[in-house]
Unconditional design. Structure first.
Length: 291
């Protein structure tokens, strides 16, 4: 492992720790506040930023994002996202140990599948990480189209698709997709020069992700919202790294591990977002609803 790859990995791991502690803290505080509304943005922002503990979580989250951007400047997009994606395990431990919430077998199963997928992904990335320059492997149109398509899908999950999922999970998916779109654009922007024009859509995507996530915190538990958002925030840019940035699919066993990793992450997300038709209330200990 080269020095730049090691730097990218450890920066991304630090980012995951900071971001998921921030998500956990923000969820705890937002779920106790009066109802937030996108129709009253200034009032809702005032409620959030006047809560000192929520503000502390938000500040730590900004620090985590700075570490993430630094990681992207050293390593391949797929490598950075794979390291960041381990945050779902950190979040589960925080919910369980500090939040005092007993997770159901279904939720532990979802977390376990997701982490297993991430381990497989790390294995598949061990010898295939790349640091290709933007101009060689990603067109402006390709990155813009990817971000736009991801945004449309996010709107669908925040709207009609949300009824098919557990409480808050649709908004969690939407937030994750928005953050993912921002991350794909960030990889382009860190190249500097005229590519900094991607900064505006990146900030827009992250702003929408923030709105969806905070609204979701009042409708569902930390894993249904921030946990699911973490999965999509990392899985989608990994795919973008292969499609847009030339990270590629390895051959042989590493390629099989990469495909199995995506299947495991998707299965884990499916368990964590199981909709209202599932017997969620049948397991009293599993409730992660906002308090």
């Amino acid at each position: 492992m080269s020095a730049s790859t090691a730097a990218a990995f450890f920066l991304a791991a630090g980012s995951a720790l900071a971001l998921n502690w921030a998500y956990f803290t923000q969820h705890q505080q937002a779920s106790k506040l009066p109802p937030l509304s996108a129709r009253r943005p200034l009032h809702s922002l005032l409620l959030l930023f006047s809560d000192r503990r929520w503000l502390a979580g938000f500040t730590i989250g900004i620090g985590g994002w700075v570490l993430y951007v630094a990681a992207l400047s050293f390593g391949a997009l797929s490598l950075v996202q794979a390291a960041s994606a381990g945050g779902i395990g950190i979040l589960a431990l925080l919910v369980w140990r500090l939040g005092g919430v007993r997770l159901s077998g279904r939720e532990w199963g979802g977390v376990g599948l997701a982490i297993s997928g991430l381990v497989l992904l790390a294995v598949s990335l061990a010898r295939s990480g790349t640091t290709h320059p933007f101009a060689a492997h990603a067109s402006w149109v390709g990155v813009a189209a990817w971000m736009a398509a991801t945004g449309v899908l996010a709107a669908a999950f925040a709207g009609p698709f949300s009824r098919l999922l557990a409480g808050g999970a649709g908004l969690g998916v939407a937030a994750g997709l928005c953050y993912a779109a921002g991350d794909v654009g960030t990889k382009a922007a860190v190249g500097g020069g005229t590519r900094l024009l991607f900064a505006l859509p990146v900030l827009t995507a992250h702003g929408l992700g923030f709105v969806f996530l905070q609204l979701g915190f009042q409708r569902g538990g930390a894993l249904n919202t921030a946990g699911v958002a973490t999965l999509f925030t990392n899985a989608v840019p990994i795919a973008a790294g292969m499609v847009l940035y030339g990270d590629g699919l390895p051959t042989g066993g590493l390629g099989v591990a990469r495909l199995l990793s995506f299947a495991a992450v998707v299965a884990g997300a499916a368990l964590l977002t199981r909709g209202p038709g599932a017997p969620l209330d049948a397991v009293p200990a599993a409730t992660l609803s906002a308090r």
